[in-house]
Design a protein around this ligand. Structure first.
Ligand code: 9MR
Length: 366
């Protein structure tokens, strides 16, 4: 960054202060140089996945959550194994607490996720093979209907179907595909829409930031759903990146989906690397955050940019990718990293970006 650019940032921070000084909610004081305040003038929501155990117990975590972010996604507590651990017995409490916290803090909620092959309750995975297609379809319809109804009016975007494709563009061989055929996807959107007609309904996946077999397959699917009048509103690009693979042609890709008449969103951004992090790798991580945010800013239909957690100490990455980590924008001690600063500076310089209106559609979405 040159001095001139930093100087421009300071001026823009103070312009954002005018917006931030009049919050439309009784929540926390939002600093004018916070991510959420800097993104507000262009109508973009900056979100994070939320670990609800930390929300309940860690004041430093909660302070950052509420001062920096204007959208939240439950990292785990809206998933099927969490909301219905025993068939017919619902556990809404952790997700309800997050929804209430979001409302109090002027944040919109991304619901995550209704149909997935992962984090299913054991009672379902154990009995799935002995069920008929009609029985399994009825169980899925009830799950979607009950969960969307429970949160009706409180969810801005729902990830209705998550990760239905393999990397080669074929449909994933989940219990849903095996028993119900590919029609489960359209059914899921129709059932969700019937339960909450105002929620924005998303298809969400990873490794679709790059154009290639997988994103082309998702493009073909959502084109077909639109043509058939299935109620789909958007596509979520998870954006779990790794410095060793370089950066995706994300802006072009977002744009082609937007041209179908869909919203788009970056829903789970993080940028992992091998540990310990070299300065070269950190530069690549900073570039990853900059580029992914710039891509969203450039596309008017991109209504939210969500990081998959904000503190390296709580990231899912080290548990899944041995020897990798440091993927988030705050360090192990919840101190902001250069990855955070670049998001701030990118937002501060974005006042010329197209203004999106969907991000401000709070209405009864809280
Ligand atoms: O971050 C989530 C982690 O705590 C869970 O153990 C894991 C289980 O699969 O899911 C993680 O979140 C995933 C998200 O729901 C869907 N996209 C990939 C995310 C990272 O695995």
């Amino acid at each position: 960054m040159t001095t001139a650019v930093l100087g421009a940032s300071v001026v823009l921070f103070s312009q954002a202060a005018a917006f931030a000084s009049q919050p439309a909610h009784p929540g926390p004081v939002v600093p004018p140089d916070s991510l959420r305040a800097l993104a507000a003038p262009v109508g973009l929501r900056i979100g994070t996945a939320v670990n609800t155990d930390l929300l309940a117990s860690n004041p430093a975590y909660t302070k950052i959550l509420n001062s920096q972010f204007s959208s939240v996604t439950p990292e785990n507590v809206m998933k099927w194994e969490s909301v219905e651990p025993t068939q017919g017995t619902y556990n809404w409490a952790p997700a309800d607490a997050l929804v209430a916290s979001a409302k109090a803090n002027g944040q919109l909620v991304r619901g995550h996720t209704l149909v997935w092959h992962n984090q299913l309750p054991q009672w379902l995975t154990q009995e799935a093979s002995s069920l008929s297609a009609d029985q399994l379809r009825a169980i899925l319809k009830k799950h979607i209907t009950d969960e969307v109804t429970h949160f009706k009016g409180k969810i801005w975007q729902w990830d209705v179907v998550n990760e239905a494709f393999n990397d080669d563009g074929t449909l994933r061989n989940s219990i849903w595909l095996q028993k119900l055929g590919s029609g489960y996807i359209a059914d899921a959107f129709r059932w969700a829409h019937a339960a909450d007609p105002k929620a924005k309904l998303f298809y969400n996946d990873y490794n679709i930031e790059f154009t290639g077999p997988k994103s082309n397959a998702v493009y073909a699917l959502v084109s077909q759903l639109k043509a058939q009048g299935v109620p789909i509103d958007g596509v979520g690009f998870q954006t779990h990146l790794d410095t060793q693979y370089g950066l995706p042609d994300l802006e072009n890709n977002l744009q082609r989906f937007a041209k179908l008449g869909l919203n788009v969103a970056e829903t789970e951004v993080d940028m992992r690397t091998t540990l310990p992090v070299t300065s070269l790798e950190q530069n690549a991580q900073v570039a990853g955050y900059t580029t992914t945010l710039q891509a969203c800013l450039a596309v008017k239909q991109c209504i939210s940019y969500t990081v998959w957690g904000f503190g390296d100490a709580y990231s899912w990455v080290p548990g899944v990718f041995a020897g990798e980590g440091a993927a988030d924008i705050y360090d192990e001690n919840l101190q902001p990293k250069p990855e955070y600063t670049t998001l701030q500076q990118t937002l501060a310089l974005a006042t010329g970006a197209p203004h999106r209106t969907d991000g401000h559609d709070s209405g009864d979405r809280h």
